[in-house]
Design a binder for this molecule. Structure first.
Ligand SMILES: Nc1nc2c(c(=O)[nH]1)N[C@H]1C(S)=C(S)[C@@H](COP(=O)(O)O)O[C@H]1N2
Ligand SMILES: [Mo]
Length: 532
């Protein structure tokens, strides 16, 4: 009887070898800025899989986060994606190990076949990584070589394990170990190595991370334009201005694309008189800067979700730039392409009619962060974020209309923001005494893109709709904070809120999910007041 290592052991071996490989990628990423393959594979899959499936996956993650009541939806979702990406890689690695052991079992193969198959797998992954990775700071060649080498090692380790396991089948014990003990020992060694590697990698990252250059934001030194607004928000209302680090981040990348200023020029070409290539400093210096306070929302934001934020954007009206490049009469659209392959089109007619439409290079007076689109992103009033590319590389002026990245994947073509209103707080610990009556401050925000808000109403339980007070907003393009001081009544209550936009159109009260045109529906909050 001449037994050989089986598929089950191949699965374990494949898993262990993949764990080790990932640890090496993680270390190298921290030390040299090379690509982290599982994220690239994941991003590549997300690009090629059908849009419906990808959206389903995103929705699922977002609703799980909502159901678990986790804060910071977009940050948590990215972490979930990262874990999923690593998980997928480990499963594929385990399956590959299983397959290889089954092959080797069937017939005698050259002992070098592990290395060769590893290099082949590595080569495929290296090309996938090269196609999608924009976050690595090492040269592409170095990343590709590393991937090929690590997978050669992966294949080599697998074959080595196979060869080491084989004699254990003929003599029950080898080196004092049986098969199980041997695999357990290999597993233990892998775990120890991985912990050490990942720990070291984490330390390296912390040490090499660029020091926070204690740069001053605009908001740290300046009052908001509405600082003298008469109405004070109810205690517990969201911050009216969203600090950059608290602003949601949504995009199609596991890690945000890193664009180097020295390598970057905005290219404007196509059906124009004067093709242009502008560096970031030319953009900053050749055009009068425009500062706008802007609320941006993701179309995947549920009613009362946190995928919405308000920042101070600085840039240039695109109209100014079009006046310089002189589009031909037949040109109708700008097709914008980003570093991550994301793209969208916008009609020239709209741009010429609205100076708020801008190319932005700063938030809060700082260059855009990598996560939020350095060096350049667009702002389009009244549209959800999905229409507004970050990391802009190229603008083609054209007569052709192309559907944008998310439109091709089934989302609303126009993506105009829905009017929405949210209860942020029922401040039961901050009652106000007015005469003999205690009042409960209730507050939140309402938002309807650039259309503004003309009215917010609240209703408690089965009462009548009552007009809330509106705080003067930071700008015409931001959300509006509202407040209602409700006469105290002991017991259980629910407060509902609704709004009317600046054009007199009430918000849609019917509950509808995010896909394909953004969520609608009434937000409410339950509260309990114990008798006084
Ligand atoms: N290049 C690029 N731009 C992009 C995206 C993207 O995936 N790639 N996502 C869009 C979406 S869906 C949203 S909601 C906004 C989010 O911008 P923020 O991450 O700065 O909040 O960016 C938009 N711009
Ligand atoms: Mo979005």
């Amino acid at each position: 009887m001449h037994e050989k290592p089986n598929a089950g052991q191949g699965t374990v071996a494949g898993f262990l070898a993949t764990v080790l490989s990932l640890m090496i990628f993680f270390l190298a990423q921290g030390l040299f800025g090379t690509a982290f393959v599982p994220f690239d594979l994941f991003d590549w899959m997300a690009r090629i899989l059908p849009g419906g499936l990808v959206t389903f996956g995103i929705d699922l993650i977002v609703s799980i986060i909502a159901a678990l009541n986790l804060e910071n939806t977009s940050g948590t979702a990215k972490t979930a994606e990262h874990i999923l990406a690593i998980f997928i890689m480990l499963i594929l690695g385990a399956l590959a190990g299983r397959l290889l052991f089954s092959l080797w079992r069937r017939s005698e193969h050259d002992p070098r076949s592990g290395l060769i198959i590893g290099v082949l797998i590595g080569a495929v992954l290296a090309f996938i990584s090269a196609a999608v990775n924009q976050s690595a700071t090492a040269s592409q060649f170095v990343s590709m070589a590393l991937i090929a080498a690590v997978f050669a090692g992966w294949g080599g380790v697998l074959r080595w394990l196979y060869d080491r396991l084989t004699p254990l089948f003929s003599h029950e014990l080898a080196g004092g170990l049986n098969r199980r003990q041997f695999l357990i020992r290999v597993g233990g060694a892998t775990a120890a190595l991985t912990f050490a590697g990942v720990g070291f990698g984490a330390v390296v990252r912390r040490t090499l991370a660029p020091e926070d250059e204690s740069v001053r934001t605009w908001s740290a030194d300046n009052p908001l334009p509405n600082t003298d607004a008469a109405l004070q928000p109810a205690p517990g209302t969201r911050a009216e201005f969203t600090q950059i680090q608290s602003h949601y981040r949504i995009d199609i990348n596991s890690l945000p694309p890193v664009v180097r200023e020295d390598d970057w020029k905005l290219k404007i070409h196509g059906q124009i008189e004067n093709p242009l290539e502008l560096t970031l400093s030319e953009l900053r210096e050749n055009y009068e800067p425009l500062h706008q306070f802007i609320t941006l929302s993701c179309i995947s934001n549920p009613v009362a979700g946190d995928l919405i934020g308000t920042q101070r954007w600085t840039g240039i009206p695109i109209k100014r730039i079009l006046e310089d490049v002189l589009p031909h009469p037949e040109a109708l659209y700008l097709k914008i392409t980003s570093a991550d392959g994301f793209d969208e089109s916008i009609a020239i007619e709209r741009i010429m009619a609205d100076e708020c439409i801008m190319l932005a290079y700063a938030w809060d007076d700082l260059p855009l962060t990598t996560a939020h689109g350095f060096p350049l992103r667009i702002y389009i009033p009244d549209r959800y974020g999905m229409k507004q590319p970050k990391w802009i590389m190229d603008i083609e002026v054209t007569e052709r209309y192309d559907e944008g990245f998310w439109v091709r994947r089934g989302w609303d073509e126009v993506a105009r923001v829905n009017a929405t209103s949210v209860v942020d707080t029922v401040a039961i610990d901050s009652l106000i005494e007015q005469g003999n009556q205690a009042l409960v401050p209730i507050g939140g925000m309402a938002y309807a893109g650039a259309r503004g808000i003309s009215k917010v109403e609240i209703r408690v339980d089965d009462g009548d709709w009552q007009k809330a007070q509106l705080r003067q907003p930071i700008s015409d393009l931001t959300w509006v904070l509202w407040r209602y001081d409700w006469p105290f009544e002991a017991g259980e209550h629910t407060v509902y809120v609704r709004c009317v936009d600046g054009q007199g159109v009430p918000q849609i009260e019917t509950s509808r999910g995010e896909r394909p045109s953004g969520a609608t529906g009434i937000d409410s909050r339950w509260f309990f007041l114990s008798g006084s």
